[in-house]
Design a protein around this ligand. Structure first.
Ligand code: C5P
Length: 410
């Protein structure tokens, strides 16, 4: 299976918090994404959820008791510590965080944490106030210094009714951090990649805009795939999708705002991938007040060109453009590579079914500045993103004198 989790063996450690019920959804989504999930439950977790819940979702044995020598799973924890690609503790209680930080090993989860060399992700969950406790903070810092990825906690309402920091992150966020953890030493580690996504909105008046059908899905897939290969990502977006974790998200609306944000982010970046559908025209002047239909029977809006962001981007950044066309795809795309002086263009035939705007899949041809074509089949947008990033990684390593920044950490 493709994607960041296909065939990866992940130990999911669950400690005793009411948020343990959310871990069932996380275990299920990881399994659906192709991961082999070995669940470790502490005694505290068993008060909230059952082994059967997780065995049913993961189709794998669940480890609950290290010391029951009659259990076939009892010796398994040693093998698990050796074979896993990552250990994820979600939810991680204040007590479990303390144990792992101090190296106390007295339950299957803390033993595995001590025994494994696999990268560690810790997703804290605790009642309001506990997260601010100096002891908890000190142990979290210890884990972070040792290289653990700390995912959350989020802010909001706790089961106790209190509000504050301490909520376990949502499944989608946990999945994002887990994918980032698995790929943190990937081929884009130490690189900064700027990605733009979504269609811009150009104001007519305070209420109305001119926009286009771009959903932002292709750009988000590229940003997430780059993050999952170790890159530091800046996502400049005008799309309405939720913020992906593990990257800097800059929200903009208009082409002018996108230009400023993208050019800012390009300072010191290695690559710019412009997946956004930037408006080519905007109303010459946005009206200060709402246009009333009583004003006139007909309304004319003067449009002026927007600045071309790609053409303005610094030349020492690898620049990738998109060409969404409904006809003469390759000829138009080739002309754009030359005109905008691009390193690569993603030619996107928007007339193909299940490709382009709003779709989950895309059908593209990659064209480089020498005119070489790479005609990709219809693929999920994440897979298109990975194929595109293969080319970006190759372009980056071919550049002389620009090496990844050493010692980069998220
Ligand atoms: O010229 P055209 O708009 O078809 O080119 C598309 C590519 O150029 C896309 O990558 C798009 O993000 C980028 N673009 C830009 N600035 C604009 C318009 C498009 O960077 N004003």
């Amino acid at each position: 299976m493709s994607g960041p989790f296909g065939g990866r063996r992940i130990a999911l450690g669950i400690s005793g918090s009411i948020a343990a019920y959310k871990a069932a959804d996380f275990a299920s989504k990881l399994t659906q994404a192709g991961a082999l999930v070995d669940v470790l439950l502490t005694k505290g977790a068993l008060e909230f959820v059952t082994p059967l819940t997780f065995r049913s979702l993961t189709h794998r044995p669940v480890i609950t008791d290290l010391f029951d020598i009659n259990s076939p799973d009892a010796v398994e924890h040693v093998a698990i510590a050796r074979d896993i690609a990552a250990l994820i503790v979600a939810p991680a209680t204040a007590q479990m965080i303390t144990k792992v930080a101090l190296g106390i090993a007295d339950d299957p989860l803390s033993v595995t944490a001590l025994a494994t060399n696999a990268p560690l992700m810790v997703a804290p969950a605790m009642d309001a106030g506990m997260w601010d406790n100096a002891a908890v903070r000190a142990h979290i810092e210890t884990l972070r210094e040792r290289g653990a990825l700390i995912a959350g906690p989020g802010r909001g309402r706790m089961a106790s009714g209190l509000h504050g920091w301490g909520r376990l992150l949502e499944t989608a966020e946990l999945l994002g951090y887990a994918a980032m953890l698995l790929g943190r030493h990937g081929d884009l580690a130490g690189r900064t990649i700027v990605v733009s996504a979504g269609g811009t909105s150009e104001a007519i008046d305070p209420v109305r805009v001119i926009t286009n059908r771009s959903s932002g899905k292709m750009g988000y897939a590229i940003a997430e795939a780059a993050r999952n290969r170790g890159a530091r990502v800046v996502l400049v977006t005008s799309a309405g999708l939720p913020d992906p974790v593990g990257m800097l998200v800059v929200r903009v609306e208009s082409a002018a705002q996108m230009r400023d944000a993208v050019l800012d982010a390009c300072d010191g970046a290695d690559a710019l991938i412009m997946a956004a559908a930037v408006a080519d025209y905007r109303p010459a002047a946005a009206r200060a007040d709402k246009v009333k239909k009583e004003e006139a029977q007909e309304l004319r809006i003067d449009l002026v060109r927007t600045p071309d962001i790609l053409s303005e981007a610094p030349r020492d950044v690898v620049r990738v453009g998109f060409a969404a066309e409904s006809r003469d795809l390759l000829a138009n795309a080739r002309a754009k590579v030359a005109k905008k002086q691009l390193d690569l263009i993603v030619a996107n035939d928007i007339t193909v079914p299940n490709a382009g705007f709003g779709a989950e899949t895309n059908k593209v041809t990659l064209i480089d500045r020498d005119g070489n074509l790479d005609d990709l089949p219809l693929l999920p947008k994440y897979d298109v993103a990975m194929r595109l990033l293969d080319r970006v990684a190759a372009l980056l390593s071919a550049r002389v004198g620009k090496r990844p920044h050493a010692g980069h950490a998220h």
